[in-house]
Design a binder for this molecule. Structure first.
Ligand code: G3H
Ligand code: 13P
Ligand code: NA
Ligand code: ZN
Length: 328
């Protein structure tokens, strides 16, 4: 069944677990997530970015979401828009059947310029006013994702803040978070504490200096009932880096967010954990392996099936680690 983010995260808070939000762009990723949720008896969040919507088409996504909820009627699924960049994008997602939208006003519409307070509160409130009328949930974001090591915004794929950011911008201010939630009435709040999107988050295993989990604890103390969201939460496992590089890839050594840090977050109000990169890497590793070991192969199912299975394995692991397993 399709449920809203609010319904799902209220249940998660009540029972003290977190829910991974996995990104999809295609059928294989949707099926992989659902196979994992089914195997672990877990509710799940499937999210699509604006990039996913233009890649797959809203109508295709809508029917894919209908299809997976029909195939797995017993699994609660929240269909969420990841990083909406203006109210219109959120509105069209709702029209396409999403039960939850993110209005990311931490950046302006160009996705590069940090949004100021008035801008962020304004666009986010516009979306909550509208979405709540139809029973749709809204995630907002306060603070800009980026690296505390370098002071830079997103590095890898061009989306995210441009250039050098101050510590103040890279870490959500807990007192401002209280005011932001009061002013916007968001159902979930994404916060910044040193993570960034993509594979290249940290140049070493992160400690408190570059991954500020204490910010989460402080926000949870001030806002005990708010559902917190961690973006950029791939762990970038070493074995996935190794398999990609073993079969011809060239990924420089990198570190992601350790699962134990996410588990610590879940103890302090983190309810939604965004993961895309780990699944991209899991699929790519298997595709590279098939290409390297069977260069004569040209049936897409021969590499997409192992890719799907690797993604299912990763999703199952996170559903178990975050306590989502058994909560469907
Ligand atoms: O925002 C980050 C997600 O991983 C989605 O990425 O915009 O390349 O689809 P994307
Ligand atoms: P990762 O790149 O760490 O998987 O983060 C995904 C994300 O935050 C999507 O919104
Ligand atoms: Na999101
Ligand atoms: Zn994100």
């Amino acid at each position: 069944a399709r449920i809203t983010l609010r319904q799902l995260l209220d249940h998660a808070a009540e029972h003290g677990y977190g829910v991974p939000a996995f990104n999809i762009n295609n059928m294989e990723q949707a099926l992989a997530i659902m196979a994992a949720a089914d195997a672990t008896d877990a509710p799940v969040i499937i999210q699509a970015s604006r990039g996913a919507r233009s890649y797959a088409n809203d109508i295709m996504l809508k029917h894919m979401m209908d299809a997976v909820t029909e195939i797995y009627p017993h699994i609660p699924v929240c269909v969420h828009l990841d990083h909406g960049n203006n109210p219109a994008t959120c509105m069209t997602a709702i029209q396409a059947g999403f039960t939850s939208v993110m209005m990311d006003g931490s950046l302006k519409e160009d996705g590069k310029t940090p949004g100021d307070w008035e801008y962020n509160v304004g666009v986010t409130k516009t979306v909550t006013d509208m979405a709540h009328l139809g029973g749709i949930s809204v995630e907002g974001e306060l603070g800009v994702l980026g690296s505390l090591e370098t002071g830079m915004g997103e590095k890898e794929d061009g989306h995210g803040a441009e250039g050098k950011l101050s510590h103040d911008q890279l870490l959500t201010n807990p007192k401002e978070a209280v005011e932001f939630v009061r002013a916007t009435k968001v159902d979930a709040l994404a916060i910044a504490m040193g993570t960034s999107h993509g594979a290249y988050k940290f140049s070493r295993k992160p400690d408190g200096a570059i991954l500020a989990m204490n910010v989460i604890e402080e926000i949870h103390r001030l806002l005990p009932n708010m559902h917190l969201v961690m973006h950029g939460s791939s762990s970038v496992p070493q074995d996935l880096q190794d398999i990609i590089n073993q079969y011809g890839g060239k990924m420089p050594q990198t570190w992601g967010v350790p699962v134990e840090e996410i588990q610590r977050g879940i103890k302090h109000g983190v309810r939604k954990i965004n993961i895309d990169t780990d699944n991209r890497m899991a699929m790519t590793g298997q595709i590279r392996k098939v290409f390297a070991e069977s260069p004569g192969e040209f049936d897409p199912r021969k590499y997409l099936k192992p890719a799907m299975e690797a993604m299912t394995k990763l999703c199952k692991q996170r559903l178990e680690e975050f306590g989502t397993a058994g909560k469907a």
